[in-house]
Design a protein around this ligand. Structure first.
Ligand code: ASP
Length: 643
C-alpha cells in the first residue's frame, strides 16, 4: 500500500493538511479546534517554533523511548519529542517515563523549547521543537504488545483483525478512516447544502429499515429469526425498494449513507456488510444521474489526490466487451482487444475457419508491447493455462522478430500481404507478443480481457508502470442488456442489474417479443477497472414491472406485491444509483482491500476475529424463535460447545 503523500513526507498526521488548507481560504470555515472540551492545551501534531516558551499539556501514547533521555509522544494528529528531565528534583518524573512501556498512555506538562541547532527533524511537522517535561502521569500502562505497532502492517491480517483497536493506532488506518469521514462529509454537504434543504425540493437523508423481508433476485440475504414461528426477517442487500417507495411518497430526492448486507462471504473487494451512498430522484433521466454523480465526486474528491475532470467518458456495454473483454474496463492502459477475423477469413487455418463458421464465432487478439522481452516461457504457459481453466479457451501466440517478421505456428498459412495486414491491425512492433483466440464471441472476449489484465500484472512485476495508482480513470458503462442468461441455467434469464430496471426507451416493444435483445437504462460507474457504482432508471408502471417479474424472470411477484401496488398509485418516473463507498475509498487511498478502509471489518469467512462473531447461542435462547440447531455430524461427534 502506498503511503499517503502527507505521511510519506512525515509532515503531519492525516486530515490536518486539508483542514488547514481550507481554513486559509476566505470562504472556508476556521481550522477545527482539537483542544476544546478536553484538558490538553495542544495536540501532539500542533506545536511549532511559535509556541516556544509556552507551558503545554499533551496527552498521547509513547511511540518510543530512548535510554531515559527522551521519548516520542503520539496522538491522532502527530508526534512530539519529549525531553525527560535528568536533574535530581525531577527524578520521579524520569523514573516514571523511563519505566513506562511503549504504547502506555500518558499526560505530560512542560515547556516548549527549540531543538538545539542541527538537531531539527525535517521529517516531523513538530521537528523544530521539543517539550521539556515538568510533570507527567501514566494514565494507563500498556501490557506487552503482541507485536510492535510500527511493524503492524507487515503482520498477518488475521492478527491485525484480532487486535483491530491496535491496528487502528497505525498511521495508515488513521489516515484511511479520517479521509473517508471527510469525503462522506463533503458528499453530505454537496447533497444537503448545494442541492437541498428540508423545506424545499432538495435531497433528503432518510434512514430505511434494516429488518425487512426476502426479495427476489440478486445476492443471498442474511436471515434474522423472528418470534413468529417459521417467519424470518431479511437484512436488505440495498435500500432499493424503500428508495423507490420514497419516490412514490413524493420525497423527490433521497440519499442515504446506507449499510447493506449480502451473505456472500468476503473477497478483497467484498464484505458481508458494506456501505453505499444510495441516491434516488424523481423525474430524472440517465444523463441527470450521471451529472449529479460527477458533481458529487468532484466536490468531495480529496485535494491531496489531485483533481478529476468531468464529464466522465462513456462507453456502451458492447464496446466494453469488444475492446476490453469486461463490463468494467481499466482504461488506464491500452492493449485493447482487436478483431482480426477479417484478416484471417481468407486463410487456410482450420480452427479459425471453424470459429468463423458459427453465428457468434470470432477471432480476436491482444498485443503485449515488448512481451517477448518481459514474458518468460513460464509466464506464457500460465497465461494459456489460465485461459483454458477459466474460460475453456485455447490461445495461440505470435511473436514479432527483430527483423519485423512474424513467428508463429500460423505464419505458414498466411501470405505476405495477410501478415503485414495483421501487423498493421495489431500495431505490432519488434519484440511484441500477440495472444490470439478463436471461438464463441463472449468467451473469446472474456478470456482476452482477463489475459490483458494478467499480462499487465506480469509487465508491472518486471518494473513497467501501466496502471499508475495515482491516476484516476472514471468511466460510465451504459446500454447494458436488460437480461442475461442465468449462469447455472442459460435457457432462463436473470436481470443484468436488478428487476426494477427500465428497458431502454427505443427497445421497449422488444421486451414483449424478444427480451434477450432489450437494452436497459442501467449505468455502471467504473474507476480504474473497478465497479464503484451502479444504478438505473426504474420501471414505474405496475403492469410492466409485473410482466418482467412474472413472464421474463419467472419470479413469484407476490413477494413484491407492496411495491407493485405502490406503482399503481401514481408512481412518478424515477431513477437512482448507489456508489460502493468502501471500494471507492480503498481505490482513492490505494489500499489492497476494502477491509483497510473499514474500522471493524469481517474476515474472508465473514467472521469478526476480534469479538468472535458469529457466536453460538444456547438452545434456551433459540426457543422463542422456534429454532433448533441441526448440528452437522462432525460437530455433533466433536464435543458440542454448548452441552
Ligand atoms: N440498489 C442498487 C444496487 O445496490 C443500486 C441502484 O440501482 O440504485 O446495486
Amino acid at each position: 500500500m502506498a503511503l499517503p503523500r502527507l505521511l510519506a513526507r512525515g509532515l503531519a498526521w492525516p486530515g490536518c493538511g486539508r483542514a488547514l488548507h481550507r481554513a486559509t481560504s476566505a470562504s472556508a470555515p476556521a481550522a477545527p479546534d482539537f483542544n476544546s472540551f478536553v484538558t490538553r492545551t495542544n495536540t501532539c501534531g500542533e506545536l511549532r517554533s511559535a509556541h516556544v516558551g509556552q507551558e503545554v499539556t499533551l496527552y498521547g501514547w509513547i511511540q518510543y523511548q530512548r535510554q531515559g533521555l527522551f521519548l516520542v509522544l503520539r496522538d491522532f494528529q502527530g508526534l512530539t519529542q519529549i525531553i525527560i528531565p535528568q536533574d535530581e528534583a525531577h527524578s520521579h518524573v524520569k523514573k516514571l517515563l523511563s519505566d513506562a512501556p511503549v504504547e502506555s498512555v500518558v499526560r505530560v506538562t512542560g515547556i516548549v523549547s527549540l531543538r538545539p541547532p542541527g538537531q531539527e527533524n525535517l521529517k516531523m511537522s513538530t521537528g523544530d521543537i521539543e517539550v521539556k517535561v515538568e510533570t507527567a502521569e501514566i494514565l494507563n500502562s500498556c501490557k506487552k504488545l503482541p507485536f510492535e505497532i510500527k511493524d503492524f502492517i507487515k503482520k498477518t491480517e488475521a492478527l491485525r483483525m484480532r487486535y483491530r483497536y491496535l491496528d487502528l493506532r497505525s498511521f495508515q488506518l488513521q489516515y484511511n478512516l479520517r479521509l473517508r469521514s471527510q469525503i462522506v462529509m463533503r458528499m453530505r454537504e454537496y447533497l444537503c447544502n448545494l442541492h437541498a434543504c428540508v423545506c424545499s425540493s432538495g435531497f433528503v437523508d432518510v434512514e430505511t429499515p434494516t429488518l425487512f423481508k426476502r426479495t427476489p433476485g440478486g445476492a443471498k440475504e442474511f436471515l434474522v429469526p423472528s418470534r413468529e414461528a417459521g417467519k424470518f426477517y431479511s437484512l436488505p442487500q440495498s435500500p432499493q425498494q424503500f428508495k423507490q417507495l420514497l419516490m412514490v411518497g413524493g420525497l423527490d430526492r433521497y440519499f442515504q449513507v446506507a449499510r447493506c448486507y449480502r451473505d456472500e462471504g468476503s473477497r478483497p473487494d467484498r464484505q458481508p456488510e458494506f456501505t453505499q451512498i444510495d441516491i434516488e430522484m424523481s423525474f430524472v433521466d440517465q444523463a441527470g444521474i450521471q451529472r449529479l454523480i460527477e458533481g458529487l465526486l468532484q466536490y468531495s474528491w480529496p485535494e491531496e489526490r489531485g483533481s478529476i475532470t468531468t464529464p466522465f467518458p462513456s462507453m456502451t456495454y458492447e464496446e466494453a466487451l469488444a475492446d476490453y473483454g469486461t463490463d468494467k474496463p481499466d482504461t488506464r492502459f491500452g492493449m485493447k482487444i482487436v478483431d482480426i477475423g477479417d484478416f484471417l477469413r481468407r486463410s487456410d487455418i482450420q480452427f479459425v475457419q471453424n470459429a468463423l463458421s458459427y453465428p457468434h464465432g470470432t477471432v480476436k487478439a491482444i498485443c503485449i508491447p515488448q512481451g517477448v522481452r518481459y514474458l518468460k516461457n513460464k509466464d506464457l504457459e500460465s497465461l494459456k493455462e489460465s485461459a483454458k481453466s477459466q474460460f475453456n479457451q485455447e490461445i495461440m501466440e505470435i511473436i514479432c522478430r527483430p527483423d519485423g517478421s512474424l513467428k508463429s505456428l500460423l505464419t505458414k498459412f498466411l501470405g505476405e500481404k495477410q501478415q503485414s495486414e495483421l501487423i498493421q491491425a495489431l500495431n505490432m512492433q519488434v519484440d511484441d507478443l500477440v495472444l490470439l483466440a478463436a471461438g464463441e464471441y463472449k468467451q473469446v472476449c472474456s478470456a482476452l480481457g482477463s489475459l490483458r489484465l494478467e499480462s499487465a500484472d506480469i509487465l508491472e512485476a518486471a518494473g513497467l508502470v501501466l496502471r499508475d495508482p495515482t491516476v484516476f480513470h472514471f468511466l460510465w458503462v451504459v446500454d447494458f442488456p436488460l437480461f442475461l442468461p442465468k449462469g447455472e441455467n442459460p435457457t432462463e434469464l436473470e436481470s443484468a442489474h436488478h428487476p426494477f430496471t427500465a428497458p431502454h426507451p427505443s427497445d421497449t416493444s422488444l421486451l414483449y417479443s424478444d427480451p434477450t435483445k432489450v437494452r436497459s437504462q442501467h449505468y455502471d460507474l467504473v474507476l480504474n477497472g473497478n465497479e464503484v457504482g451502479g444504478g438505473s432508471i426504474r420501471i414505474h408502471r405496475a403492469e410492466q414491472q409485473r410482466f418482467v417479474l412474472e413472464k421474463v424472470l419467472k419470479e413469484d411477484s407476490e413477494v413484491l406485491s407492496h411495491l407493485l401496488e405502490a406503482l399503481e398509485f401514481g408512481a412518478p418516473p424515477h431513477g437512482g444509483i448507489a456508489l460502493g463507498l468502501d471500494r471507492l475509498i480503498s481505490l482513492i487511498v490505494d489500499a489492497p482491500s476494502i477491509r483497510d478502509v473499514i474500522a471493524f471489518p469481517k474476515s474472508f469467512k465473514g467472521r469478526d476475529l476480534m469479538g468472535s462473531a458469529p457466536d453460538y447461542v444456547t438452545p434456551e435462547e433459540l426457543e422463542p424463535y422456534h429454532i433448533q440447531v441441526s448440528w452437522p455430524l462432525a460437530e455433533k461427534e466433536a464435543k458440542n460447545p454448548l452441552t
